[in-house]
Ligand binder design. Structure first.
Ligand SMILES: Nc1ncnc2c1ncn2[C@@H]1O[C@H](COP(=O)(O)OP(=O)(O)OP(=O)(O)O)[C@@H](O)[C@H]1O
Ligand SMILES: [Mg+2]
Length: 256
């Protein structure tokens, strides 16, 4: 890969992850470039979510998961026992496949992370909530109903709310696991436009099953198969001229 201005924010070094004895990720060596969108694609069960969760140690929540190798974020090994997980997850935020707003108001959903972090100044909270909702392209729809339950929003609105909730604590990296899979085409287009805008300020890693989506939003694309990183390159290269036969078979729909 010709990373001309290579500025790596995440680097995995021989990273492996096992569920019990079963390897789910095998010797992954991958550098993720700052302020770019990187897509992870591959058939169901190939390890996409596992890899994404490794970037903020969410696999720690799975009792039989065990890892080997290193993942450096801003050159610090996050696999270290001493890693401050709260700080890590502030730096590396996450948006899940299914919108999962908390059962509280729209405002409280977004303010939540700030309050947990100790912010008490009401005026500042209000200001930051608005800023994040604007960044998530949701303000125009909810600015005057902030006290309403988040659960009354549509799926696409809920997903943008979850994005606002992730953005408000100013992460450096945002992980998205199939964020559009529950959304209609219009909401999906909105989310994709948003992702494109956000890369000025954030590094985005997105798992998607939708290859057109990867082609539209990602600067770089990684193809995983059976826990192995088969090919990782500029998106254009992956989709027009892949090096590995298995990548070609996958993107042309011969399997997966
Ligand atoms: N908690 C778990 N315990 C045991 N095995 C698991 C666990 N979670 C995932 N696996 C296995 O690890 C492999 C990778 O799973 P993962 O969820 O990362 O795949 P994926 O690429 O995200 O799939 P999908 O596209 O279906 O979401 C699969 O074989 C899966 O069955
Ligand atoms: Mg998955």
């Amino acid at each position: 890969m010709e990373d001309k201005n290579k500025n790596l924010i995440i680097q995995t070094e021989n990273f492996q992850l096992f569920y019990g004895d079963k390897p789910a990720l095998k010797h992954i060596n991958m550098g993720i470039i700052k302020n770019r969108v990187t897509a992870i694609i591959g058939p169901s069960g190939c390890g996409k979510s596992t890899l994404l969760r490794a970037f903020n140690r969410m696999n720690d929540l799975i009792s039989n998961a065990r890892s080997e190798g290193r993942i450096l974020i801003d050159e610090e090994d996050i696999c270290n026992k001493d890693t401050d997980l709260v700080a890590l997850r502030r730096k590396v935020g996450m948006v899940f496949q299914k919108p999962n707003p908390f059962p509280m108001s729209i405002y409280e959903n977004v303010a939540f992370g700030l309050k947990i972090a100790g912010e008490k100044d009401r005026a500042r909270l209000v200001q930051l909530v608005e800023k994040s909702l604007r960044q998530a392209a949701l303000w125009d729809e909810v600015g005057d109903i902030l006290d309403r339950s988040a659960l009354t929003l549509s799926g696409g609105q809920q997903q943008r709310l979850c994005l606002a909730r992730a953005l408000v604590i100013e992460p450096e990296i945002i992980l998205m696991d199939e964020p559009a899979s529950a959304l209609d085409p219009i909401s999906t287009a909105k989310l994709e436009a948003l992702i494109n805008n956000l890369k000025k300020d954030y590094t985005i890693v997105i798992v998607t099953h939708n290859m057109q989506q990867a082609a539209r939003v990602a600067d770089y694309t990684a193809f995983l198969l059976l826990g192995e990183l088969v090919e990782y390159d500029e998106t254009r290269k992956i989709f027009t001229n892949p090096t590995d036969k298995r990548t070609e078979d996958y993107i042309t729909g011969r399997f997966g």
